[in-house]
Structure formats: C-alpha cells, structure tokens
Design a protein around this ligand. Structure first.
Ligand code: ARG
Ligand code: ZN
Length: 874
C-alpha cells in the first residue's frame, strides 16, 4: 500500500494523556496502557495501530470488551465509541529477545548481560502498544517501569523522575512524567545494567539540569567526549538560537545494536555506540568529529523536532534538514568553517547526487511512500539542509534568527509542515519566500550553466546563467527554481574585482549573490578591463551541478588565489575533474592535468597553507563521484584513470619533497586532539599515499614503522590501510596484530572489517568472504553488517562491480539472510544496486539479472521489496 501526501487527514481521535506500565522481562514484557482519548473530528471509530502485539485485555471506560466489540486486522484495532471522550485500556505482551528488527522494544547484547531499549521512529511505537502511531497526535506521558532489581538495576524513561521504590520478589519500580506533549515516535525506555557519567548543567534561563551519559561498564570510560560535546551543544543552542533545555534531567545512552545513527527521544537520547564513544586508542579523528556532530544533532532536535514536530512523515525534512543545518553550523563554529563546508559538500556529492540521479530519486518532501523507513535518505537530510542554508543565506544571520524565533514561537507544541516553516521565516522578515517551496517538491539536481562574454569596447562582462533539471523517476517535467548564485570576478593576477551591475551607480564589494529564478538570465558587470575569471556558487550557495566552460588556467588561478578555503578547494575539484578527463582519454600531457598538478605542486611548497586544507586539495573527487564523467561506467577504468592522475601528481610534487614532508610531519606526531595535530595526521596520510605511488618500498617502511609507533587510532588505521594497499604481503602480520589487539572492542573491529572490505581489485570478494568466517562476524549486528557487507557493496566499486557478476550474486544472498533478521538494514545495504543501469553492458546485464530476480521474490520484507522494486526500474 502506498501512502500519499495528498491524502492527509487530521486524526479523528487524539490522546490527551497516556499512562504506561511496563513489566519488563527479556523473554516477555507486558505493557498496560491507559489512554485518555478525545474525539477531534467527525464520528469515526477509534483506530489504533498495533503490530506483533499479543492482546491480553481491552476495555473502554472500565468495561472489558469481548470479541465482536472491536475489529483487529492488518495492524489496526478499531473500536466504535459513541462518546466525545473515553478511557481506553489495553494490556499486551511483547517478546523483546526475539525482536531482531531492532524496532520497538528489543534486547541489546546478550541475554545474560544485555539491556532492553526501544527505537520508535518512525513507526516503532505500534510494536509496543496499541496507539494512534502518527506524529500529529501529541500526548502527555506517564511511564512506570517494573523489573527485577538484579537484572535491571537501571530503569529509564523520557521525562522527569516521579518516584521509585521496591516491590515484592526482588523487583523494583520507577516512574517518569513528561510534562511536554509529544508524538509517540519520541517515546523511549531503557532498562538494564548500565554505568553512567554525570554533569550538572544550568541553562541560560536558569534551570538546573542533571546530564547523564549511560553505557555498559566496559565502555563507560569512553563517554567523556560525548558529555563534553553535549555541554557545548547546549551552550551553543542557547547562544545561537536562544533555545534552552526544558526538563530536569537529560539522559544519553549508548548501544552497540542500533539501525541508524542515533535517536532524539525526548529527554532520553539513544545512540549507536559508533556515534557516542570516543577515545584516542580506538577512535579516529573523523570519529571524534562525528561524535561531536551527532550529539549536537540529537540535542538540537529537542527544539527542531520535539517541541515543534512534523505533521506527517512527508514533512520529515522539516526536522531533519533543519537539524542537519543546525548541526553543520555548530560543527563549523567548533572547528574550521571552510573545512566543514568541504566535508559537507563532498558528502552531498558522494551520497545525495547519485540518489537524485537514479530510480531512488525523490523530492526533499516526498509525495508518496510505501515504507517510511526508506526515506531517511541523503536527500531528506543533506539536501534538506542545503535548502535551509539557502533560506538562511537569503535572510542573513539576523533575519534568519528572527524567522527561527517566530517559527519556534508560533508552532511550539504543534505538529507543523514545511509551509509553516517557510511562512514563519518569511513573515518575520516581511519577505515572501514561497517560491522556495518548489525546491521541496521537485527531485533531481539542477544543472546550472554559466557563460561569460567580455566586451573590451564597452568594458563589460556579460554573464549568462541558465538552469535545467533533468527528468527524474515519476517527474518528467521540471520547473525553474530560485537558485542563489554567490559570485566574484577575479582578474588574471588573482585579484577580486569590485562589482557594479549595469543599473547601479557605483561598485559595492567584490562578492555578490544573484538569484536566478527563471530558465535564463543575464547579468552585465561594468568597468571591467580584461576578461575576468568568474568564481561562481561561492560557498556552494545552491545544491546544483555547475557547468561552466572554464579553461584549466582559469581554475588554476582560483585554486592559487581565492582567499576563501572552500572556493579554493572547489576550484581544485573542478580542475581535477578536467584532469581526470585527460587521464581517461589517455592524454598524459593534457593541459588540465598539467595545470592541476602544477598548481598543487606549488601549493605543496607553500608553508603558509593549512595542513588540513592542503590534504583536502591533494584529494581529487572519489571514484564514486567520477562515474558522472563516464558515459558507460566501468569501475576498473575509472579507478585506473584516477590512479593515473594521482601518479602524475606524485611525480610532479616529487619523491624528495614528499619524503621530507612525511618525515617532518612524523617528527611532530603526538596523540593530541587539537586541530593542528589532527591536520598533521590528515596530511601525513595523504603524503604517504602519494609517496607510495612512486616509491613503494620507502612508503612500506614508513607505514610499518607508523603502525608500530602510532600513538592513536588515526595513525594506526591509516598505516594499516596504506600497507594493505601497497604491500599486501607485509600487511598480513599487522592486520592479524590489530585483530588481536582489539579483541572485544566492537567499534575497532568494525573499522578492521571496513578497511579490508574497501581494498580494491579482483580478489576483494574472496577477501570479504574470508572475513565472513571471522568468529566476530555476525549478521544480526547492524554495525558489523554495514562495516563488512555495506562497505564492500557501497564503497568498493572495483571489488563489488566485478565483471563476472559474482559479487552481485553474493550480495543478493546476504540481503535475503539479513532481511530475515532486520529489514531496515537489508533495505539500506540494497541501495548499493542503485545505478546499475548506467554500468557498461556486461556488468549491467549481470546486475540486472540479480536485481530482477530479487525484486520478483514474494518472501521479502516491505522495506527491501520497496527498494528493490524501485531500483529494478533503473
Ligand atoms: N531521527 C533520527 C535522527 O536523528 C533518525 C532515526 C531514524 N530511524 C529509523 N529507523 N528510521 O536522525
Ligand atoms: Zn535527526
């Protein structure tokens, strides 16, 4: 069944208050629910969602209903009630230990030592009790947990604590009251043996809050960075948006068994351990930044998601796009803003652009879905954030803050829509922003074409901008969108020119934002003495693909001189794209390749350049992004061409400078986590990998020593990856050593699997199959499946797309096996087949045969069936 945005109807009944009593047990848990129901509209019966529940009792206003007085079918419980309100009571039984889908109430870890927890977004609450499980039903919750004190010493639920005590037979209870009405997807409980670290916090508006981060005993000493990040997030949201926390306690819990990254349950955030735990010995620098970002993301949801939630799941980006934007701004403030922008844009291109270009494409606000869990996508999250960024840019810092204040104020305690959001931003600034709504409804990445003409007689530069969005699945025709284009003009010495448009009296500044809101527009700049180099879409001012007929020298000028780190990188990426074309077409002395390597060799010698920025500049677009530059995709040829350009770069920089730089960076190696130390580690890795291309023996020696002497995970894992690529024989012992060293450290082992799953080439599949035999490999843990199966299928193009199709068949088998345990994870991994249609013919046929056979099966989950059905269309 397909759910459509246009079919939205407000709920006929709402739940004012819900009292839940849990009798917790690993094999069997009973849930007693008392719902204060109020008729909201019409004369329809009460309809409650419920899946996989054993109904033990049902009563309305204290009268037990017998069969025939209600209908229970297809996940719906229907009761005709002839009143305006009533008290509805249900008692159900659940089986947490059998719940391998990790949706609803489930067990994390082993039966002996694991703990119970819940995941409700999007539709998990219906696996816990009968309820109108939709985000526009907002209710106050009182939750009582009862359990054996030995087995479940810690009992947590969202809201403020409201008493606890002993019960007979070694049992105990705890009650929680949440004063803020919330949607059912924000409900959470946790019970088991957990340790905590705590901190007292006082909000800007004077509330004393107890902060607790919870984890199992063996990892509790890795939670300090998360706590630190939480405090900084709270302070940042107070400062930047005037938003304060609103309960007396805030719990954060880590689990190794989680389908997604983390979850913003009111007052009780639950995290995949991958995004909560951090220590130098087992986490990389990247992972530290991810922990900081995800902790902030979930915390920020308390306002953008919880206090103001979504009317329906089509509005998902209302909370996710906005919260990703808030999270990105926070990370930019905590770290380097240009580097953060580089990371975000690279992710958008790697993850969202391919999604938008194939059969899984959908608007940021989809118009229909059959399984909502499949819409927690790069489009809803990352492109959604780009749309908020455009709106924020349009309003400026103060105007955006005014708009956000009005949005939070106007919709506090409500379930809102994307229209509400755009209207509030506009109303607060007396601006009509409704034209931006089109961005939310239209899928596909717009192509922005720029063409410049210099007129020496008139001393004018005439810039023509055009837009076109290619047709996408189910959306054949496209409309023009408002595209803000931030731009500067540079002369050939790299100086930014003052900008004066033809109807202006005098020039103002060297940067300007023009908004292209029709198919084509011209902009005439005056007082220009020589053909300038345009720097367009500065800061990536809109999520589009820019097509501009740059000459390599033009881009080299921007790469050398643009004062903004992001734009510099962007010019380098554009130039690298042209350099790639040279390599693809076997032009060893192609002008773009020469310009790219030449400019980078110069920058390499420039001591004033930031190490991290240099590392980014030395990294061309990845194999996955580069597929766009091939008509017919052959991953082996893409990799060969990319390797050829890296080799040309290494040769141009030179073995001696690379060695000297590596040694200098090595000399300053430490375990310190400050930005300078992280930047050094990042550059050290790039330099070593470039050196390996021209002096493999020396790079091997360096990597072996680096592995042994590494003070932390970043250096250790980088050395291991380099070794495994450059000198597989000599990597065997270190790989085995790493495996032993981290026995029992799940997150470190995930990286061990992922590193090997990414190694390119013909023997990749055999390697992955051998790794499946490792005793620590298991299909029931999502992180483990992602690290081996997911990484191989999605981040190892040459390995996965081997020409004989063996890896496609292998993946199909694994998907069926995973699907039997955990449909959400299977569906996510299955997106690896996206894009099969544009592979070269041999691979295309092999992939198609496998996808079509899978898609035709009738025994798979709705999640996996939905993805396969769409992917199969090609
Ligand atoms: N709202 C969570 C976040 O912060 C994502 C949870 C999605 N879970 C799911 N099973 N669909 O991004
Ligand atoms: Zn989120």
């Amino acid at each position: 069944t397909v759910i459509r945005l246009d079919d939205y109807r407000p709920p006929a009944w709402t739940v004012e208050h819900v009292a839940l009593v849990f009798d917790l047990g690993i094999d069997r848990t009973e849930v007693d629910a008392t719902l204060q129901m109020v008729r909201a509209a019409g004369d329809e019966p009460i309809r409650l969602n419920g899946e996989g529940l054993e109904l033990l009792e049902l009563s309305v206003d204290d009268r037990r209903l017998v069969e025939g007085e209600y209908i229970l079918a297809n996940g719906l419980l229907e009761i005709a009630v002839d009143a305006e309100h009533c008290t509805l009571r249900t008692k159900v039984a659940l089986r947490p230990a059998e719940n391998t889908a990790l949706e609803g109430l489930y067990l994390s870890g082993s039966r002996e030592s694991g703990f119970l927890l819940t995941q409700c977004e999007a539709e998990g609450f219906r696996h816990i009790t009968f309820f109108p499980d939709r985000p526009d039903v907002l209710s106050r919750y009182t939750v009582t947990l009862r359990a054996d004190r030995q087995r479940f010493p810690v009992l947590l639920a969202g809201g403020n604590p409201d008493g606890s005590g002993e019960l007979p037979d070694g049992r105990h209870w705890a009650r929680f009251v949440d004063p803020h009405p919330k949607a059912s997807y924000l409900f959470a409980v946790v019970a088991g043996r957990l340790e905590r670290i705590s901190r007292d916090y006082t909000t800007a508006d004077g509330r004393a809050v107890a902060l607790h981060v919870w984890a199992e005993a063996d990892v509790i000493d890795r939670c300090d960075y998360a706590m630190d990040s939480l405090v900084r997030s709270m302070q940042w949201d107070e400062r930047t948006y005037g938003r304060n926390y609103d309960l007396d306690v805030f719990h954060v819990v880590a689990t190794h068994d989680f389908n997604m990254g983390a979850m913003e349950n009111k007052g009780l955030n639950i995290f995949n351990a991958k995004y909560l735990l951090a220590d130098p010995d087992s986490s990389t620098d990247d992972e530290y930044r991810h922990v900081e970002a995800v902790v902030a993301h979930e915390y920020f949801h308390n306002w953008s998601g919880n206090r103001v939630t979504c009317r329906d799941w089509f509005q998902l980006s209302l909370k996710e796009g906005l919260t990703v934007f808030r999270e990105q701004s926070f990370s930019a403030d905590m770290n380097s803003a240009p580097l953060k922008r580089i990371e975000d844009v690279a992710l958008l291109r790697r993850a969202q652009f391919p999604e938008d270009a194939g059969p899984l494409s959908h608007p940021v606000r989809p118009s229909q879905y059959s399984e909502i869990n499949n819409f927690y996508t790069a489009t809803v999250y990352e492109k959604g954030s780009e749309l908020v960024r455009m709106l924020a840019g349009r309003l400026g810092t103060e105007g955006f803050r005014r708009g956000m204040d009005l949005y939070f104020d106007r919709h506090d305690g409500q379930a809102a829509t994307i229209e509400d959001f755009i209207e509030a931003l506009g109303d607060a600034n007396d601006i009509d922003l409704s034209s931006y709504l089109a961005w939310y409804g239209q899928a596909g990445t717009p192509r922005l074409t720029a063409e410049g003409r210099f007129d020496p007689a008139q001393r004018q530069y005439r810039l023509t901008l055009r837009q076109r969005t290619p047709a996408t699945a189910g959306q054949p025709t496209k409309q023009a969108l408002p595209i803000p284009v931030r731009l500067s003009l540079f002369d050939r010495s790299g100086r930014a020119l003052p900008l004066r448009l033809e109807d202006e009296a005098r020039a103002e500044g060297t940067e300007r934002t023009v908004v292209l809101d029709t198919a084509e527009q011209h902009y005439v700049f005056e007082d220009i003495d020589a053909a300038p180099v345009p720097s367009l879409l500065r800061g990536f001012s809109a999520p589009v693909i820019l097509e501009c007929d740059y000459q390599p020298e033009d881009l080299a000028i921007l790469l050398r001189h643009d004062p903004d780190g992001f734009n510099r990188w962007e010019a380098g990426q554009q130039l690298a794209g042209l350099a790639y074309d040279d390599c693809r077409d076997a032009r060893a002395d192609g002008p773009a390749l020469l310009a790219w390597t030449g400019a980078l060799a110069e920058l390499f010698a420039d001591a004033s350049l930031d190490d991290a920025l240099l590392a980014e500049l030395l990294t061309p677009p990845g194999e996955i992004e580069l597929v766009e530059r091939q008509a017919e995709r052959d991953p082996d040829r893409i990799r060969a061409a990319r390797q050829a350009m890296l080799l040309a770069l290494a040769l141009r920089v030179g073995a001696a400078p690379l060695r000297v730089r590596y040694e200098a960076l090595r000399a300053s190696t430490s375990a310190a986590m400050d930005a300078t130390s992280q930047a050094r580690r990042q550059l050290k890795r790039r330099v070593l990998d470039l050196l390996a291309l021209i002096d493999a023996p020396l790079a091997t020696t360096f990597a072996l020593a680096q592995y042994e002497q590494a003070p932390g995970m970043t250096d250790r894992l980088a050395a291991l990856a380099t070794l495994a690529t450059v000198a597989p024989e000599q990597a065997i012992a270190p790989i085995a050593h790493f495996r032993r060293r981290y026995e029992g450290n799940a997150l470190a082992l995930d990286k061990w699997f992922a590193m090997q799953a990414q190694l390119p080439g013909a023997d990749a599949l055999a390697r992955v199959q051998a790794l499946e035999g490792d005793p620590s490999f298991m299909l029931k843990n999502p992180n483990r499946v992602q690290s081996l199966v997911g990484t191989f299928a999605r981040s190892n193009p040459t390995g996965f797309h081997r020409a004989d199709g063996a890896a496609y068949r292998w993946l199909a088998d694994r998907l069926v096996a995973v699907d039997g345990l955990n449909p959400q994870v299977a569906a996510r991994v299955a997106t690896a087949f996206n894009g099969w249609k544009r592979l070269e013919p041999t691979r295309r046929e092999a992939a198609h045969a496998v996808v079509a056979e899978l898609a035709a099966r009738k025994d798979l989950s709705r999640d996996l069936t939905d993805i396969l059905g769409r992917v199969a269309l090609g």
